[in-house]
Write a protein of this length. Structure first.
Ligand SMILES: [Zn+2]
Length: 281
């Protein structure tokens, strides 16, 4: 119990220690366990009071399965553990805006990302990497925000929403409301001052995009990277030629870490691995 408070004070964490103590004195031991269950690096996360409340609620429900990991200077990787697979969402805390990349399985996932931004008044911009349900079901939480995707993504979400919801509804986490991307692009969109580049990279699907954080040299390639090292080439729902072109394009980008939709954090050697197993035909 004492370690948590000492940690919080020593690490200069912005959590309001007074409220924390006042409200949770009786349960600090459990919170201590919670911290370790979540594998949280307290020194690098900027946790708000309400974030702790939400985490406590999850803990009380026995629903401890979301992990948060700080990536370099401004990235946060959210990983939802599910039975037999993981789902990644990513947050870039920019100087002018915050960028939430994919919204997960519903309002619960989206709100967990939002709670990390509690009290931060910067604009939130949402990015959908592609139309698949596990990446967009939390869009409803962001209906008053900018949601950016490839133009095809908007069409595909609108056409396939009901079918995807029917087929995979058991994975829903909280409310799922169809909210379509309201800003679309074709080839590339560049937030110049933030050094965040959105690039059209078809392969896994025809609408797939990738995000390059040029400042941190992190590529968020979403499902263009397979779910495991053994299956590093993902399911390809469009012509294999597109995928090969996308991997060649990745080779030209300056990054050293690669975040995907379901795999662990990888480095740029993943490209050589893909090239070595990608058939030539
Ligand atoms: Zn997918």
């Amino acid at each position: 119990m004492v370690n948590v408070l000492v940690d919080l004070i020593l690490t200069g964490n912005s959590i309001n220690v007074f409220y924390f103590t006042q409200n949770y004195l009786g349960i600090l031991l459990e919170v201590n366990l919670l911290v370790y269950s979540y594998n949280i690096d307290l020194t690098s996360l900027n946790l708000s009071y309400s974030w702790w409340c939400m985490m406590w609620n999850h803990y009380a429900k026995g629903d401890i399965n979301m992990h948060v990991k700080k990536i370099k200077s401004r990235g946060y990787l959210f990983t939802q553990n599910l039975e037999g697979w993981d789902l990644n969402m990513y947050l870039i805390k920019g100087e002018r805006c915050h960028y939430i990349i994919d919204t997960g399985l519903g309002a619960s996932n989206a709100k967990e990302i939002l709670s990390l931004l509690e009290g931060d008044l910067k604009e939130i911009i949402v990015i959908n990497t592609h139309y698949h349900w596990d990446h967009i079901w939390g869009n409803g939480v962001f209906k008053n925000h900018k949601i950016i995707a490839h133009s095809t993504c908007r069409d595909l979400i609108s056409r396939k929403w009901s079918e995807m919801l029917e087929k995979s509804r058991d994975y829903k986490m909280g409310d799922c409301e169809m909210v379509l991307p309201n800003i679309v692009f074709e080839k590339e969109l560049y937030f110049v001052e933030e050094q965040i580049r959105l690039i059209y990279t078809p392969g896994h699907t025809i609408d797939s995009i990738s995000i390059l954080d040029e400042r941190d040299k992190v590529l968020i390639a979403s499902d263009n990277i397979g779910d495991t090292i053994d299956e590093i080439i993902p399911n390809l729902y469009c012509d294999k030629g597109y995928y090969r072109e996308t991997i060649n394009l990745y080779e030209k980008l300056d990054f050293d870490l690669c975040i995907s939709g379901h795999n662990e954090v990888l480095d740029r050697n993943v490209l050589s691995l893909i090239q070595s197993v990608l058939p030539n035909d």
